[in-house]
Design a protein around this ligand. Structure first.
Ligand code: AMP
Length: 216
């Protein structure tokens, strides 16, 4: 099964993606995670991406598309893919059409995560992440057992550079300007299924499983 998951920052794409991978065995490809990995390892790609990411802006298409094409060439998509955070522009969507044809793996469904602005703001500004293992917490809704410390690996938690209110506003406007048209484009192809992302994690996962079961 080949899935794209779309939604603004704070819509819970990452959390739902983990559940999808566990249940359906698809390969998770998150362009945000790939950029963060490259930044943490000081690669040339990471250096290119960092200035944009730190400001909440999109990394240029040519950089992003090249990175994704390289990732897809690894041939590890036996049970299908889950694209998380890609495509975010119409040019990326068009570039992906060539890639999916080469792979002979067309998109089966696009999950569009929808929730109100005030919820996005509180989810993102309260998010804390582990810089070592990537686990994600929230200062009110998903506290670690010890304040500021990762339950999984004991590392001090941080706030992502782009998770402040100011950067979030830039990310949301990038989403409205560049990514909303991609959702409309996929809607015109009949691929989109909306998910009410304002519900609890368990309820959101249940909605998503119900949708994906139709494509098994
Ligand atoms: P995410 O973890 O998906 O919220 O992505 C974090 C940041 O990575 C975004 O705000 C962008 O700066 C960058 N990024 C991730 N995916 C893309 C993409 N497909 N195109 C451009 N920039 C991206």
């Amino acid at each position: 099964m080949n899935i794209v998951i779309m939604g603004p920052a704070g819509s819970g794409k990452g959390t739902v993606s983990s559940a999808i991978v566990e249940k359906f065995g698809v390969t998770h490809i998150s362009t945000g995670d790939m950029f963060r990995y490259n930044i943490a390892n000081n690669t040339p790609l990471g250096l290119k991406a960092k200035t944009y990411m730190d400001q909440g802006k999109l990394v240029p298409d040519e950089v992003t598309i090249e990175m994704l094409a390289e990732r897809l060439s690894r041939n590890d998509l036996n049970h299908g893919y889950l694209l998380d955070g890609f495509p975010r522009t119409l040019d990326q969507a068009k570039a992906f059409e060539k890639l999916e044809t080469q792979l002979n793996m067309p998109i089966d469904v696009v999950l569009s995560m929808v929730l109100p602005l005030d919820m996005l703001v509180s989810r993102i500004t309260g998010r804390r992440v582990c810089p070592k293992c990537g686990a994600s917490y929230h200062i009110v809704n998903a506290k670690p057992k010890i304040d500021g410390i990762c339950d999984v690996c004991g590392t001090a938690l941080i706030q992502r550079e782009d998770d402040t209110q100011e950067k979030l506003m830039v990310r949301l406007s990038e989403h409205d300007r560049n990514t909303a048209p991609v959702i409309e484009y996929y809607e015109s192809k009949g691929l989109v299924k909306e998910v009410d992302a304002s519900k609890s994690i368990l309820e959101v996962e249940a909605q998503v499983c119900e949708i994906l079961d139709l494509f098994r």
